[in-house]
Design a protein around this ligand. Structure first.
Ligand code: 7PJ
Length: 272
């Protein structure tokens, strides 16, 4: 194996689910309580960042309106801020939600649209916080129908370079730019595997690299297992990404990933 490149600031981002269970009539408070408990658990387990989203972006998911998105995310951000200074990322595409979330205590904007919607790019620049720019081919409701690339790695790199340039022109500071190849967003299994295998190439963009593969379909496709049986597969791809220089791993299973990445961090601390 060639010498791995391990980020000295490898971080674990825990994903908090604020989507209400459609089969329960528990209502919003119940959802908030559960999400807050999940946040507390992740902080205790050693998460470095929490990612809070109020709109599902899974393939085929329905859009959520602004009041609902705010109702799901703002009380949770405020509640976490009462107990912890942990960096909070807001996973949203709406400029108004970005503003409100940062005012409530969020520190990072996670944009699966790479700030391409409305005036989100300008608003993110004004807010002066780190932004995650993610690649996606198509839109969430249609992206998995027929993803096509001539050279997926080159095309995703080119897209991200374009979004970095746009962010810099808008006034976003270079140190505030995070890029993400967008695993599962308009990609076949082969596209996802090629991106993972070539992840170290993304370091030439000069930005921090975030990856989210936890429990995704690419793991299910290889293992032929449903989402609740993808833990070991998720840990494996987290390690593969970390060995190639990923800076931030977006995961559901924080405690388990902390152990897996402790082994990678230990490698990063020895020199031959
Ligand atoms: C990602 C995300 C990802 C970033 C989701 C899921 C789908 N944000 N939001 N990167 N995935 N930056 O977690 O299965 O890969 S939602």
């Amino acid at each position: 194996m060639s010498t791995p490149t391990i980020s000295s600031k490898l971080q674990i981002m825990g994903v908090i689910n604020t989507t209400p269970d459609s089969f329960s009539d528990g209502g919003k408070f119940d959802t908030l309580e559960k999400a807050f408990a999940q946040a507390q658990q992740m902080i205790t387990a050693g998460a470095d960042i929490l990612d809070i989203g109020g709109e599902s972006t899974r393939p085929g998911s329905r859009a959520v309106d602004e009041p609902e998105e705010l109702a799901r995310t703002l009380p949770l951000i405020s509640a976490i801020r009462e107990i912890s200074d942990i960096p909070i990322s807001i996973d949203t595409n709406k400029a108004s939600v970005m503003r409100a979330a940062v005012a409530a205590g969020a520190n990072i904007i996670n944009s699966i649209w790479a700030l391409r919607l409305g005036d989100s790019l300008q608003v993110a620049a004004q807010l002066d916080v780190p932004v995650c720019l993610m690649h996606m081919q198509g839109t969430p409701d249609t992206m998995q129908q027929k993803p096509i690339y001539h050279d997926v790695v080159a095309e995703v790199l080119e897209f991200l370079q374009g979004r970095i340039d746009a962010a810099l022109v808008a006034g976003i500071a270079p140190h505030n730019i995070i890029v993400d190849p967008g695993f599962g967003f308009g990609k076949t299994l082969e596209h996802n595997l090629l991106l993972l295998k070539s992840l170290s190439e993304f370091r030439k963009l000069g930005a921090q690299i975030l990856v989210g593969m936890s429990r995704k379909g690419m793991i299910g496709a290889v293992l032929d297992k449903p989402a609740d049986q993808r833990l070991y597969g998720s840990l494996s791809v987290a390690v593969i990404a970390a060995m190639q220089g990923a800076d931030i791993l977006r995961v559901h299973d924080v405690a388990e990933t902390v152990d897996a990445l402790a082994m990678v961090r230990a490698l990063g601390q020895v020199a031959r």
